[in-house]
Design a protein around this ligand. Structure first.
Ligand SMILES: Cc1ncc(COP(=O)(O)O)c(C=O)c1O
Length: 407
């Protein structure tokens, strides 16, 4: 049965023994943002301040970084794929990243020097669309594989960039294994957002790419006159996004970093299970992982981000699908003059979760352990908009995934 499960992190290593966050510093974030700022389509995505919702929930502030506006692609993911491809091409040109711009990489001269490259990846939608989009922008090729039961519209959006894309009959993690092998056989460059032994550079660059989102959010909180967040809730699939978010917070604020909760669907809660095991090692979820949160349907943690999550997270939470459905309805139907946020299945779960944490008796202990109260300033990331518009409407209009006990 789907239910709330939570675990206070008990395996964080001591100061001095923690995972290094040297790849996720302010300086790296500046370099990455500088690269993204060179794209024609670059605009900081909005930070939405939901004052009425915060009051309703009994907290001081709720801040939603709305990545549905990122590069017209409806999700944050292209930040990672584009930066990793940029870094890879800079390396091919034996140039420093500071001296490389997107415009330069797409110029006919440079394209001629680099030659034709095919970038390959596995995706549940958003990452693959980002890689395919970046390859198209740079006049290169992309091949993308998706897990069984992926939404047709997500496949069509990837194909619309000119990439070769197809849906396999494998789950996400096996699709990753499949592309790893296929890329090797065909001499393609694998741009995967998770790591394994001997494959760490590109996944690290992808995580660094996400720093633009975090750096913008912190700057925007200052612009709206808010102090730094006291709490951050991050939804995870393989965990690369959380590694980047926590890496930058740890490197900027150290002991004063916000309280952080890692959020997953019940059906793919490999980080929660890893935390439950209390030995610091990862646990996997296998099978179909049929959650509505397609972007979070990953059963194997990225080892790079797991090290960071293990040392810097405060709580791991596993959620039923109706939590995300409620978050979608809440963000799409704001209170008072709060701005509306279109949030998809993988984007809305953290907002939905906060409402349950603040209101439900059964979560009182979790709320207290997280020190959530009227002083809390909570930052969440709407990591996708309605990337599957038909399912979005089914949930928001037809009330699919209702909250049990509520008519
Ligand atoms: C919309 C959305 N949110 C969050 C995530 C989780 O990111 P990660 O796999 O890096 O944990 C994904 C991953 O695909 C996603 O598509």
């Amino acid at each position: 049965m789907e239910t709330f499960k939570w675990k206070v992190n008990s395996t964080a290593r001591k100061e001095g023994e923690k995972a290094s966050v040297a790849f996720f510093t302010k300086e790296v974030a500046e370099k990455v943002r500088n690269f993204h700022q060179g794209f024609d389509l670059y605009r900081p995505t909005p930070l939405r301040v939901l004052n009425h919702l915060a009051k309703h929930m009994g907290v001081s502030g709720i801040y939603v970084k709305d990545e549905s506006y990122r590069f017209g692609l409806n999700s944050f993911k292209a930040l990672g794929g584009s930066y990793a491809i940029g870094r890879y091409l800079a390396q091919q040109l034996t140039m420093n990243m500071q001296d490389v711009s997107f415009e330069m990489l797409r110029s006919p001269d440079v394209k001629q020097q680099i030659g034709d490259i095919t970038f390959a990846t596995a995706t549940d939608g958003n990452h693959g669309r980002g890689v395919a989009w970046a390859a198209q922008q740079l006049r290169q090729q992309a091949v993308v594989y998706m897990p069984k039961d992926s939404a047709q519209i997500r496949l069509d959006n990837i194909k619309a960039t000119g990439a070769r894309a197809s849906i396999t009959d494998l789950n996400y993690d096996n699709t990753v294994r499949y592309v790893k092998q296929t890329a090797r056989e065909n001499g393609w460059v694998l741009v995967q957002d998770t790591s394994w032994e001997g494959y760490t550079d590109i996944p690290t660059w992808i995580m660094q790419g996400y720093l633009t989102m975090v750096a913008e959010a912190l700057e925007q909180m200052q612009e709206v006159g808010a102090d730094m967040p006291t709490h951050v809730f991050i939804q995870v699939g393989v965990g690369s996004i959380a590694g980047a978010v926590q890496g930058l917070f740890a490197s900027l604020f150290n002991e004063k970093r916000p309280i952080t909760a890692i959020v997953e669907p019940n059906k793919a809660d490999c980080h929660y299970l890893s935390s439950m095991a209390e030995d610091g090692k990862t646990r996997h979820v296998t099978g179909s992982m049929d959650t509505i949160m397609a972007g979070l349907a990953c059963g194997e943690p990225n080892p790079i981000s797991w090290g960071i999550m293990r040392d810097y997270s405060d709580m791991f939470i596993s959620c039923p699908d109706y939590v995300s459905a409620k978050g979608m309805r809440m963000l799409g139907n704001p209170l008072g003059d709060d701005p509306r946020v279109i949030s998809g299945e993988s984007g809305a779960v953290t907002t939905g979760l906060i409402s349950f944490l603040m209101k439900e008796e059964i979560l009182q202990e979790a709320r207290e352990r997280l020190q959530l109260d009227e002083h809390s300033r909570i930052l969440v990331f709407n990591t996708e908009g309605d990337t599957d518009p038909e399912n979005y409407r089914r949930i928001v209009w037809d009330g699919a995934y209702p909250v049990p006990g509520i008519e």
